[in-house]
Design a protein around this ligand. Structure first.
Ligand code: PLP
Length: 410
């Protein structure tokens, strides 16, 4: 008799986006001719850069001929992509990350979800609240979360990010082993300055804590005092793993490519106190469970770093960040309170009049025909907020903001 991993049964249903879809669909059915604008889902809308398309086409043609076709890709990525990553994402910022510390993958969701494979189930983990749900759910599946009571898992330490602490989490009150940090942040769109991240690295060094740093939105940073990589901070190579993705940076959500950095200096321990290299364990894990990212996709990712590719990708990012500005300035001018949107494509809107996330979501949907994401879906501290994304079309973004401004005047 096959027994299931009962941890899956403990997971609450993926309530958030299913419930949003249900409410939106009900509204559209009742009002078929109305124009409902979505600023809800965190997916890109702009087409891939021409340089990326060209690389995909060229690589596809290589696959058509016996001389140039490629079979299994190397487990950790092709040298051409790893070299481009080392050069552009690290050397160009004076960060000494070696080619053998980069692991190319099919995206940051897989890697942030799978990293737990190389970590003991006895680790105590901490997450910010609100949080990207992958960090929590994968720890539930692994059996690290305890039981769910009142929206929180008993064995997970939650670090609230609120207006009061300006969305900069305090250090855990209890001993923890692993902390997930996502900056620039999804869902709040806020980030940590260099000085703030330095404090986290210092804390991790002092307490022997592993930082899992998700930098999926690094490309959206506009301010000089915000680090693009945690390895800009001295000592981070001894305490941090960094996750990167081409999804938001270059519109690869449907193409799938990302990478993870695990420095060789990063050590963890066995039960009896023997040091073990996380870089080596991850090599083993990937070689066992992953057969590489598609060749044509890695060529496409390489093209992101070509001179034309950089220019085209930057243009698209600028377009999204203009959307972010339009949303933020518009809502602020309407007397609403917003956070984020400066170094990330998300605006975290505090609901007016103390409305709950879902009540305000319903008001925006039924009253103004705008879809957002209720902050409460990302954790307890997300209550009283909704998330708006800057990934929408320009005319729809402008119209949504106009609708909100108009509604505040009448
Ligand atoms: C979108 C996103 C990712 C990227 O996931 P991919 O699997 O690379 O598409 C990672 N982390 C966060 C917080 C995200 O919002």
């Amino acid at each position: 008799m096959a027994l299931v991993n009962e941890n899956f049964l403990r997971l609450p249903g993926s309530y958030l986006f299913a419930e949003i879809a249900r409410r939106v669909s009900a509204y559209k059915t009742a009002h078929p001719s109305h124009r409902v604008i979505s600023l809800g889902i965190g997916d890109v809308t702009r087409p891939l850069a021409p340089a990326v398309i060209k690389a995909l086409q060229d690589a596809t043609l290589e696959m058509a001929s016996e001389e140039t076709m490629r079979g299994y890709a190397p487990y950790y990525g092709y040298d051409f992509l790893i070299d481009a990553i080392v050069q552009n994402d690290f050397k160009a910022r004076n960060i000494a990350i070696g080619a053998d510390e980069i692991f190319v993958s099919d995206g940051a969701k897989s890697d942030t979800g799978n990293i737990g494979d190389v970590l003991s189930t006895d680790n105590i983990i901490a997450v910010t609240d609100p949080v990207y749900p992958v960090y929590v759910d994968t720890n539930v599946i692994a059996g690290r979360a305890g039981h769910l009571a009142d929206g929180r898992w008993s064995s997970i330490e939650y670090l609230p990010c609120t207006v009061k602490n300006n969305f900069v989490p305090d250090f855990p009150k209890h001993r923890v082993d692993v902390v997930y940090l996502c900056y620039p942040n999804n869902p709040t769109g806020t980030t940590l300055t260099r000085a703030e991240l330095e404090k986290w690295v210092k804390y991790a060094l002092q307490h022997g804590v592993l930082l899992l740093f998700d930098a999926a939105y690094e490309a959206f940073i506009t301010e000089a005092n915000v680090p693009h990589s945690i390895y800009e901070i001295e000592g981070a190579e001894r305490v941090a793993i960094e996750f990167r993705s081409f999804s938001k940076k270059a519109g690869f959500t449907g193409l799938r490519c990302g990478y993870t950095v695990i420095p060789k200096e990063l050590k963890a321990f066995t039960d009896t106190g023997t040091e073990a290299s996380l870089n080596e364990l991850w090599q083993r894990r990937q070689a066992t469970k992953f057969n590489g990212t598609a060749y044509i996709v890695q060529r496409a990712a390489e093209a992101v770093y070509s001179p034309e590719g950089k220019k085209q990708v930057d243009e698209t990012i600028r377009f999204y960040m203009e959307n972010a500005q339009i949303i933020k300035n518009g809502l602020d001018s309407a007397g609403l309170k917003t956070f984020g949107g400066v170094n990330a494509p998300y605006i975290w809107l505090q609901t007016p009049d103390g409305k709950s996330s879902w009540d305000y979501f319903d008001y925006l949907l039924n009253g103004l025909e705008i879809v957002t994401t209720p902050g409460a879906g990302f954790g307890k501290s997300g209550e009283g907020f909704v998330r708006l994304t800057a990934f929408g079309k320009r005319d729809e973004t402008l119209e949504a903001v106009e609708r909100i401004i108009h509604s505040r005047k009448t």
